[in-house]
Design a binder for this molecule. Sequence first.
Ligand code: GAL
Length: 679
Amino acid sequence: MTKTWQPEHFWFGGDYNPEQWPREIWDEDVVLMQRAGVTVATVAVFAWGRIEVTEGNFDFEWLDDLMNLLHANGIQVDLATATASPPMWMTQNYPDILPQTYDGVTLSQGSRQHYSPSSPTYKKFAARLVRKMVERYRNHPALVAWHINNELGCHIAKCYNEDSAHAFRVWLEAKYGTVEKLNRAWNTAFWSQNYNSFSQVQPPRQTPTLINPTHALDFDRFSADALLSVYRAEVEIVRELSPNVPVTTNFMGFFKHADYWAWAKEVDFVSDDSYPDPADPLHAAQTAATRDLMRSLGGGANWVMMEQAPNAVNWRVHNAAKPAGMNRLYSMQAVARGAAGVMYFQWRQSKAGAERFHSGMIPHAGTETRVFREVEALGNELKEMPAVLDSRNAAKVAIVFDWHSWWALEQGQSDQEFTNGNTKQSYLGEMMTYYRAFFDRNILVDFVAPDGDLSNYQIVVAPNLYITTESTQKNLDAFVRAGGQLLVGFQSGILDENGHVYLGGYLGGSTNNGAKAGTLQETLGILIEEFTPIAKGAFDSGPLPKFSIEGEFNGKAKVWAEVLHPTTANVEAKFVDGPSAGHPAVTSNVHGKGKAWYVATRPSKAVAGQLVEALAIAAGVSGLLSEPIANVEVVARGENVFVMNHNSHAIKLPADFAAKHKLAETVEAYTAAVGNSLA
Ligand code: GAL
């Protein structure tokens, strides 16, 4: 669903927590904010204890003062509902709000987010606070958006306490209606797990060995819904009292525990927190993927990068600083990929508290610093950005992204036990194998939900679509018939939505060994006989063994192999060695006006590149630069062309490309150059 939110100006600013500072500093802050081009501040995210000082006693005077001060200085406010960190009086008076881990440990107060998403007590107090906040500030001239809670689920994604157990049973009853249906869906005949009533169901707490996979999958779904219910409870009040002010909550990129396709429908605009590790050589592509996800969640509309670190974070084992230029580079990457806002955590680096060494827009050393100078320059540059707010990205390629498959594929209680029955797998690893191949060729990718509209795309990739419903198979099949190029990766179409295996060759197959119309078996023209995965730990320890494929596609592969049989497909490459030597590794099937490709392994970077190039040629899709430059990202957003050099050295653009887009030929290290493609 395409969002319609359009800010009147670009958002630049960050989380602003002045309640942690003496009042005199506030006056200095607003002066510096103006100097840095700040347009929006996110306020009150963790201020519950400062607002509701004791149970039922609210002090808003300081916040009135702050809102007025910001307004008087031309700074708009993204006002948080302040529910992210419950105050001490609540844990003291109502310890039932505290969350519990799956092994029965109750987590204590003393940091933040110490509440169960299913706690009626927490929700009751949160609702009262939200009502007070909204009643008080809904007409404040500084207010530009409501910021619900904060990073819902970032610490407590799944809770196993009694409130959660109760809510899980209610959720199951709503889903299944009768306990017999639940027994069938969970196949409880296995290991004597049949339930006589919903009251017997427990959350999947620590058990002696493998848990029932459908039980665990439903708990993942329930837990995601429980988080969403915290959001909804707040939003309902906001919409009732303040219907004209847009609402958001900050997402966390590819966050496993919330199906953001469901969430995206309930925000007025998508916003995201983004903390790439500057020390990770693969971060440019990974971060680009999160930007593309955010744009896709909003149906292509403007989104806001709600948080990023101006420099280092404080929560990794190694907290690398961002080299000069990287802050701007990552900010421009967000803008290039659809953002209408570049915001930070946080305005002023804390002097004390758990995040005192997390960078801030104003570092400990003050304003005569590289970090502040970079922030100031960027804020002022963004003010002048040519018409980005009105322009959109247009991708011809989509990757199917499915949280349910992610949950099911990686399900297990520990590193030793997996219910997928084969090997430890990485949903994001498989997805990024293909994403990176497009990224390296400057081909823009959207993400789509499994049943999403595919009609705008020429290429669709479905990596690890482990759970595949009938409607999704029809969606993919129709895309191919209509002329699309579809690539399906291994371990797709294995399970139905209840986690039951498709018999008779997988890929949505029927039980009688015949390809059912509209299944992936038919679309791909293959049957799978058996899996022969290769994984670290499969033969002792040691690195992941690599093996090779050859044919139209040549090179190394890893993780997975299998034995498959083409029915109507052509064999494009075979396994040279490994447990499935001689069997097909890549197939393609002409189907309707299009073609459906299947890849039975995790291709190496080189092989993924060959595959993506074959798809691109077949579909007539090309990148902006005909000869891509390593670690250089080129993205068009409307008439703007962004060139982002992630290398620590300068690069040269081809002269004709530079001239066409009005760019200088040299792009310095860690620099983004913005050109224009209008004649
Ligand atoms: C985010 C959070 C912020 C701050 C930041 C530090 O997860 O929303 O409040 O903690 O991380 O990187």
